[in-house]
Design a protein around this ligand. Structure first.
Ligand code: GH3
Ligand code: MG
Ligand code: MG
Length: 231
């Protein structure tokens, strides 16, 4: 038994018919079962916490830790299947001003709406994440850089059309800046791919915001080479 009730059934059979020996074995078995129950319920708790720590509390999207693990897995899968993986990173424009004007709670509503839009716009195999603050990240398995760009442009238009209400009042137009990169074109490690998407996002900000920038294709990449994933 654990705090939450029965965690399992343990059956032990005595090899002796002597009552005294049986009694000491019974005590040992009870102690053993208690320890076992504790271990099993600890493992269950650990698993529940692990599940929780993969999600961001405000938006329900996957968090950055999950993103990094998933991107590595998808890159490995892509390498094996000879398929690209697109990485799309975006950041809300002038969000600080937005918070300052309408308040932090209104800002939170916007983050949740954007997360809903993101979740609704993706395929089941895509992985939408909150990278941190007002930055989001999307992993698109089996998608090229061009595919990522098309997807990013579509999201940018949808974000502009979003009407977020807070206390019955419209919060005005939301724009996003987006950076797009892809595996294996922009690197063979998670770090490199994220950094390239981040670099493209930075360029989108620098060149005026509310736009998509696709990371430049590195010169001299041999596309006939089988992709590799480096840790
Ligand atoms: P830029 O267009 O350059 O991205 O400008 P910005 O104002 O969006 O960028 P900056 O990095 O200066 O500000 C980010 C803001 O995001 C500041 C912070 O208050 C807000 N923010 C981050 N996380 C949250 C959150 O969980 N809730 C709310 N309401 N605001 C958040
Ligand atoms: Mg911002
Ligand atoms: Mg930011």
């Amino acid at each position: 038994m654990s705090q939450d009730g029965a965690v399992g059934v343990l059956h032990m059979q005595s090899m002796t018919s002597m009552l005294e020996a049986f009694e000491s074995e019974r005590l040992l078995a009870a102690t053993f079962a208690e320890q076992l129950a504790l271990s099993v319920s600890n493992l269950k708790l650990q698993e529940a916490l692990r599940q929780q720590s993969r999600r961001d509390a405000l938006t329900g999207l996957f968090n950055r830790r999950h993103l990094e693990e998933s991107l590595e897995r998808e890159m490995r899968r892509g390498a094996r299947a000879n398929q690209p993986v697109a990485a799309v990173m975006f950041d809300l424009d002038h969000f600080k001003t937005f918070n300052d004007t309408f308040g932090h709670e209104a800002g939170d509503s916007v983050l949740r709406e954007i997360a809903t839009l993101l979740s609704r716009s993706v395929r089941a195999e895509d992985i939408p994440c909150r990278f941190g603050g007002e930055e989001f990240f999307l992993i698109l398995p089996a998608t090229s850089l061009e595919g990522g760009q098309i997807w990013a442009e579509r999201l940018r238009s949808k974000a502009r059309e979003l009407t977020v209400l807070h206390n019955g009042k419209s919060l005005g137009m939301i724009t996003i800046s987006v950076g797009v990169a892809a595996f294996p074109l922009h690197g063979s490690s998670v770090k490199e791919v994220i950094a390239t998407a981040d670099g493209a996002l930075y360029e989108a900000k620098e060149s005026g915001r509310d736009r998509v920038v696709v990371a430049a294709k590195p010169a001299g990449i041999d596309v006939t080479m089988r992709p590799q994933v480096l840790a």
